[in-house]
Design a protein. Structure first.
Length: 96
């Protein structure tokens, strides 16, 4: 599964047009939201909390065309509390 650095910008451009400043702001908002959701995974007290956070991350990633992050979030749905997977998710977010 390859990482396409232009996918997020393409999704944002499709939504807001050719507005580089707005695209940059929305990208920052997306990354910050993904980071908060990863923190929710990290702090999940129950498997249900973990699955809910994974579902939020999957939806967020799908909305922005972050295919790799979406796949990891999908995988996380079935692997509650998996520290190795959480590390992969955090790395994927850092690459955004």
């Amino acid at each position: 599964m390859a990482y396409d650095p232009g996918a997020i910008d393409s999704a944002l451009a499709a939504a807001v047009g050719d507005e580089p400043g707005l695209i940059a702001e929305l990208r920052v908002a997306f990354v910050e939201s993904a980071e908060r959701t990863a923190l929710s995974l990290e702090r999940a007290a129950t498997p249900e909390d973990w699955r809910n956070a994974a579902a939020r991350l999957k939806g967020l990633a799908a909305s922005f065309g972050a295919v790799r992050l979406m796949a990891l979030a999908t995988e996380a749905s079935d692997r509650a509390g998996d520290a190795e997977l959480l590390t992969k998710i955090k790395r994927a977010i850092a690459r955004l």
